[in-house]
Structures are given as structure tokens and as C-alpha cells.
Design a protein around this ligand. Sequence first.
Ligand SMILES: *[C@@H]1O[C@H](CO)[C@@H](O)[C@H](O)[C@H]1NC(C)=O
Ligand SMILES: *[C@@H]1O[C@H](CO)[C@@H](O)[C@H](O)[C@H]1NC(C)=O
Ligand SMILES: *[C@@H]1O[C@H](CO)[C@@H](O)[C@H](O)[C@H]1NC(C)=O
Ligand SMILES: *[C@@H]1O[C@H](CO)[C@@H](O)[C@H](O)[C@H]1NC(C)=O
Ligand SMILES: *[C@@H]1O[C@H](CO)[C@@H](O)[C@H](O)[C@H]1NC(C)=O
Ligand SMILES: *[C@@H]1O[C@H](CO)[C@@H](O)[C@H](O)[C@H]1NC(C)=O
Ligand SMILES: *[C@@H]1O[C@H](CO)[C@@H](O)[C@H](O)[C@H]1NC(C)=O
Ligand SMILES: *[C@@H]1O[C@H](CO)[C@@H](O)[C@H](O)[C@H]1NC(C)=O
Ligand SMILES: *[C@@H]1O[C@H](CO)[C@@H](O)[C@H](O)[C@H]1NC(C)=O
Ligand SMILES: *[C@@H]1O[C@H](CO)[C@@H](O)[C@H](O)[C@H]1NC(C)=O
Ligand SMILES: *[C@@H]1O[C@H](CO)[C@@H](O)[C@H](O)[C@H]1NC(C)=O
Ligand SMILES: *[C@@H]1O[C@H](CO)[C@@H](O)[C@H](O)[C@H]1NC(C)=O
Length: 462
Amino acid sequence: MAAPGHVESLHFFLFLLLLPSLFIAELSASNPQVEALLAFKASITDDPLGALSNWTSMLHHCNWTGVSCDPSSGAVVSISLTEMQLKGTLSPFLGNISTLEFIDFTSNKLWGSIPPQLGHCSNLSGLGLYDNHFSGHIPFELGNLKNLLLLDLRSNFFNGSIPESLCNCTAMQELGLDGNNLTGSIPSCIGDLVNLEVFQAYTNGLVGPFPPSFGKLQGLKILDLSNNMLSGIIPPEIGNLSHLSILQLFSNQFEGPIPRELGQCTNLTLLNIYSNRLTGSIPPELGMLIKLEALRLYGNNLSSTIPSSLSSCRSLVFLGLSENFLIGSIPAEFGSLTSLRFLTLHQNLLTGEIPVALMNLTNLSYLSLSLNSLSGSLPSNIGSLYKLEKLFIDTNQLVGSVPPSISNCTQLETASLTYNWFAGGIPSGLSRMQNLTYLSLGGTFFLGPYRKIYSTVASFRL
Ligand SMILES: *[C@@H]1O[C@H](CO)[C@@H](O)[C@H](O)[C@H]1NC(C)=O
Ligand SMILES: *[C@@H]1O[C@H](CO)[C@@H](O)[C@H](O)[C@H]1NC(C)=O
Ligand SMILES: *[C@@H]1O[C@H](CO)[C@@H](O)[C@H](O)[C@H]1NC(C)=O
Ligand SMILES: *[C@@H]1O[C@H](CO)[C@@H](O)[C@H](O)[C@H]1NC(C)=O
Ligand SMILES: *[C@@H]1O[C@H](CO)[C@@H](O)[C@H](O)[C@H]1NC(C)=O
Ligand SMILES: *[C@@H]1O[C@H](CO)[C@@H](O)[C@H](O)[C@H]1NC(C)=O
Ligand SMILES: *[C@@H]1O[C@H](CO)[C@@H](O)[C@H](O)[C@H]1NC(C)=O
Ligand SMILES: *[C@@H]1O[C@H](CO)[C@@H](O)[C@H](O)[C@H]1NC(C)=O
Ligand SMILES: *[C@@H]1O[C@H](CO)[C@@H](O)[C@H](O)[C@H]1NC(C)=O
Ligand SMILES: *[C@@H]1O[C@H](CO)[C@@H](O)[C@H](O)[C@H]1NC(C)=O
Ligand SMILES: *[C@@H]1O[C@H](CO)[C@@H](O)[C@H](O)[C@H]1NC(C)=O
Ligand SMILES: *[C@@H]1O[C@H](CO)[C@@H](O)[C@H](O)[C@H]1NC(C)=O
């Protein structure tokens, strides 16, 4: 019964004999690249999937899991070990593999800091450390990597500031820094990265201004600086970014006007600049953004009328203008935004009637008009909005009765109608609405110091 093992050993012996002598020589003599790989292996303290189990002298290092070599020179050019649950640190010896072009340790549990020695790998074009537990500063030595196309440091615990030296990595196309603990300001030289297409630095502790030099990054497609403490204005130079398709600056402290030049970024599909301190008007030029699918400007201090030009943004699915100081009436032209599923206009200073044209928005599932000064009655064909799940129209000056057609809105879960001048009680048919779990109808008209408070007084839980 011992025979199979015996035969395998023999095979293995033959295999050794057949190995080209070059490889044997390389393994026995000290090859700095092999040394560096073994130093890396030695700094890994936990390898539950055995990813590095064949990183042994039994196998040529170019055949080790995750290692690739240049076929002609035999030099190590890439190390890619993703989603391997590796724990441990990055050995500074990796910096000795100067021929490295690509390092990818995405989604492991590696910790510690980035060894500055990686700055020696001058041919490195990609460094992917996304989704690990790295900490410490981003070494300024990475600025030496003139060939770097991708630097992905997202979702780690990096702190300190973004080193200015990175502005020297002028080949860079994608820079991902989001989900760290970075502080300080965005280097004003960021505009030197003229090949940048993606820049994400959201959810950090960045402060200071939005560098106008961003306007030089004409190839930028995605810019996401949301969830920081950035301040100052959104510079008009943003209008230079004609390829921009995603711009997210929400949850910062930006002030001043929304630059009308944004209207030149006609490839925008996502424009989220909510929860800032923006003032002035909603530029009518935003109506030129006909590919826009989401426009969220809520939670600012905007004080203009709502430009009817926004009705040209026919692809809009999300339109959020709530929690501002917008005046005037809801443009009837919005009836053409038939892709809309979410429309929030609550907590503004809007007046006039709810346009009957809004009943054209048959894809709406969320409509909030609460906390304004809307008057007149609810359009009798409100039942056209048969996909409506949430309806908030409380705290206005609406009169008349709730139209019976509302019972056509069978998906309705929440209907907040309180604090209006409605008469006539609960419309018959509402009891047929199986999903309605919250209805508030009662209350008296009330406007004053409690404007911002949603009241559940006189509401029914069904
Ligand atoms: C090295 O080990 C991995 C498993 O961790 C295996 O998938 C791979 O085929 C091995 N490589 C060689 C050349 O034996
Ligand atoms: C890697 O392994 C393959 C077969 O598994 C072999 O053909 C090739 O020669 C090996 N490469 C090196 C550099 O040892
Ligand atoms: C390899 O890297 C280590 C750590 O950076 C360094 O101490 C050592 O001198 C290097 N060895 C060679 C041969 O470059
Ligand atoms: C970098 O790549 C170039 C071109 O492939 C090559 O000639 C050069 O030797 C490499 N440099 C290093 C340090 O490996
Ligand atoms: C960021 O740093 C603060 C204190 O410096 C710490 O409390 C917090 O947990 C850190 N957050 C992350 C994501 O590292
Ligand atoms: C960054 O984090 C390290 C620990 O990882 C800490 O020692 C250092 O003080 C922090 N630096 C800053 C600027 O927060
Ligand atoms: C960028 O590189 C140049 C030399 O190429 C150097 O003089 C300069 O100090 C570097 N800048 C930064 C910010 O590292
Ligand atoms: C960039 O934007 C600024 C401000 O809008 C403008 O003056 C400048 O001409 C623009 N540059 C280019 C190259 O479009
Ligand atoms: C606009 O975006 C689309 C897809 O996002 C892309 O295919 C197209 O090239 C972009 N156009 C410009 C001018 O950037
Ligand atoms: C209602 O939507 C249709 C397209 O579905 C559009 O042609 C029409 O102009 C819209 N009506 C109003 C009043 O906006
Ligand atoms: C009621 O809802 C249906 C879809 O369930 C819709 O086709 C119809 O136009 C609506 N009727 C009224 C009167 O709103
Ligand atoms: C109630 O909601 C569920 C899921 O949210 C949906 O599948 C169902 O069709 C709704 N019921 C009615 C009567 O519309």
C-alpha cells in the first residue's frame, strides 16, 4: 500500500533532474529578488488559505502564487495577492525588486505603514492596497514613481496629509484615497496630474479649499471629495472638466454660489453637492446637463426660484432641492421629468399651487413637498401617481378634500398630510391600501417657530 507514495517520490526525483540548471543556480545562489520575496513572506503572520504555501524552493519563484516575471529577462514584474485573508505587514525589502510594475494586495488584512522603499520601484505603474488595515502616513517617496498610473489606498487607516510629492506622479490616471483618516488640505499642485481620470478622496478629514488647479484636469471623469471638511467656494474652473460624469462634493462646508460654469460639464450623470453652505441661486445653466440622473442640492442656503430649465434634464431620477430657502412656485414644466422617482422639495419657502403637470410623473415613488407655503388643492388625479410609496405634503396651506383617486396609489406606505386646511376627513378607499402603515391627517394649520419639526400629532398608525 506504500507504493503510490513511492512512485510519487520517484516522479519528484525525476522532476528535479529535469529542472533546468539555471533555476537550481538561481535558487541556491542569493538572488536579491527571491530574498525580497521571502522577506515579504516572512512578514506575513497569517495565511489561512495557504496562498504562500508554494513560495518554497521546490518551485521557481516565477511560478509562486501571485508572482509574475518578465518572460525574457526573468525579472519579477508583478505581485498580485488579492482576497487572500493575509495578515502581516509589507516588508521594506519589496523595494529591492526594482523591476516591479504592479503590486496588488487588494482586500487582505495587511497592516502597518507603506515602506518608503517602495519609492525605489521606479517602474511601478500600479499599487493597489485597497481594503486593508494599513495606517500611518502616505510616504512622500511615492512621488518618485513617475510611471504610476493607479494608486489605490482606499479603505484603510492612513492619516496625515496627502503628500505634495504625489503631484510629481504625472502619469497617474486613478487616485483613490477615500475611507481613510487623511487630514490637511488637497495639494494645490493637484492640477499637475494632467492625466488623472478618477480622483476619490471622500470620507476623510480633509480641510481647506477646492484647489482651482483641478480645472487643468481636463480628462477627469470622476471627482468625489464628499464627506470631508472642505471649505471655500466651488471654483468656476470646474466648468473646464468636460468629461466629468460624476461630481460629488456633498457633506462639506463649501460656501458661495453654485458656479454657473457647471452647466458646461454636459457629461455629468451624478451631481451631488448637498449638505454644504451654498448660497445664491440654482443656476439655470444646470438645465444643460441633459444626462443628469441625480441632482441633489438639498441642505444648503439656496434662495432663488427653481429654474424651469431643469425640466430639460429628462434623465433625472433623483431631484432633491429640499432644505433650502427656495422661493416661488414649483415649475409646471417639471411634468416632463417623467423618469423621476424621487422628488424632494420640502422645507423651502415655496408658494403657489401643486402643478397638475406633476401628476404626469407616473414613476414617482417618493414625493415630499412638506414645510412650504403651498396653497390650493391637491390635483384630483393624484391617483395617476400609482407607484407612490411615500407622500409628504404636511405643513402647507392646502385646502379642499383629499381626492378619492388617492386610493389608486396602492403602493402607498406613508402619507403625511397633517397641518393643512384639508376638510372632509379620511377618503373612502384608503382602507383598501394594504401597505399604508403611516397616515397623518389631523392637526390644525400651524406655521411659525416650529417649522422644522415634523409632528406626528393626530396621526394614525394603521
Ligand atoms: C500554488 O498554490 C496555489 C494554491 O495556493 C495553486 O492554486 C497553484 O496552482 C500553485 N502553483 C503551482 C505552480 O503549483
Ligand atoms: C512554471 O510552471 C510551468 C508548468 O507548471 C512550467 O512550464 C514553467 O516552466 C514554470 N516556469 C518557471 C519559470 O519555472
Ligand atoms: C533590500 O532592502 C532592505 C530594506 O530596505 C535593505 O536593508 C537592503 O540593503 C536591501 N538589499 C539590497 C541587496 O538591495
Ligand atoms: C523599467 O522598464 C524599462 C522598460 O521596460 C526597462 O528598460 C528598465 O530596465 C526597467 N527598469 C527597472 C529598474 O527595472
Ligand atoms: C481617525 O482618527 C481618530 C483619532 O485620530 C480615530 O478616533 C478614528 O478612529 C480614526 N478613524 C479611522 C477610520 O481610522
Ligand atoms: C497617525 O497614526 C499613527 C498611528 O498609526 C499615530 O502614531 C500618529 O500620531 C498619527 N498621525 C496623525 C497626524 O494623526
Ligand atoms: C518633483 O520632482 C522634482 C524633480 O523631478 C523635484 O525637484 C521636486 O522636489 C519634486 N516635487 C515634489 C513635491 O516632490
Ligand atoms: C478654465 O476655466 C476658467 C474659469 O472658468 C476659464 O477662465 C479658462 O479659460 C478655462 N480654461 C480652459 C483651458 O478651458
Ligand atoms: C461621457 O460619458 C460616457 C459614458 O460615461 C463616455 O462613454 C463618453 O466618452 C463621455 N464623453 C465625454 C465627452 O467625456
Ligand atoms: C407629460 O409627459 C409626456 C411624456 O411622457 C410629455 O410628452 C408631456 O409633455 C408631459 N406633460 C406635461 C404637462 O408636462
Ligand atoms: C390607477 O393606477 C393604474 C396603474 O395601477 C394606472 O394605469 C391608472 O392610470 C391609474 N388611474 C387613475 C385614475 O389615476
Ligand atoms: C406592498 O409592498 C410590497 C413590497 O413592498 C409589494 O410587493 C406589494 O405589491 C405591495 N402591495 C400592494 C397591495 O401594492
